[in-house]
Design a protein around this ligand. Structure first.
Ligand code: FES
Length: 107
């Protein structure tokens, strides 16, 4: 069981050092696969499964606060979850780093 930050609902999901710049990694939170991304100015977290056909968003290319799905190249804004130029959307979750640990809370 993951450590929980008292009464906030945030759970520890791993070490920040394990996520290189402009890359994503997947973690399991309450049985849900989540993609966490290191951005130039912070962190982002979304459901890991692309809403199109379940592609692994954590393996996508990250640029300009967006991730591009590696399967069919749909692009999602990591701040809003909205697809760039389309109607799909992926859930966005809260994530932050403290003392080298990543904490997140499901939306
Ligand atoms: S599965 Fe992501 S774009 Fe198709």
């Amino acid at each position: 069981m993951s450590p929980v930050l008292s009464e906030t609902g945030f759970v520890a999901v791993g070490a920040a050092a394990d996520v290189p710049a402009l890359e994503g990694r997947s973690v399991l939170v309450d049985g849900r696969r989540i993609a966490i991304f290191r951005l130039p100015d912070g962190w982002a977290a979304t459901d890991a499964a692309c809403p199109h056909r379940g592609g692994p968003l954590q393996d996508g290319i990250v640029a300009d606060h967006c991730v591009t799905c590696p399967l069919h190249n749909r692009r999602f804004d990591l701040r809003t979850g909205r697809q760039d130029g389309g109607d799909d959307a992926v859930a966005v979750h809260e994530v932050f780093e403290r003392d080298g640990m990543l904490w997140m809370r499901l939306a």
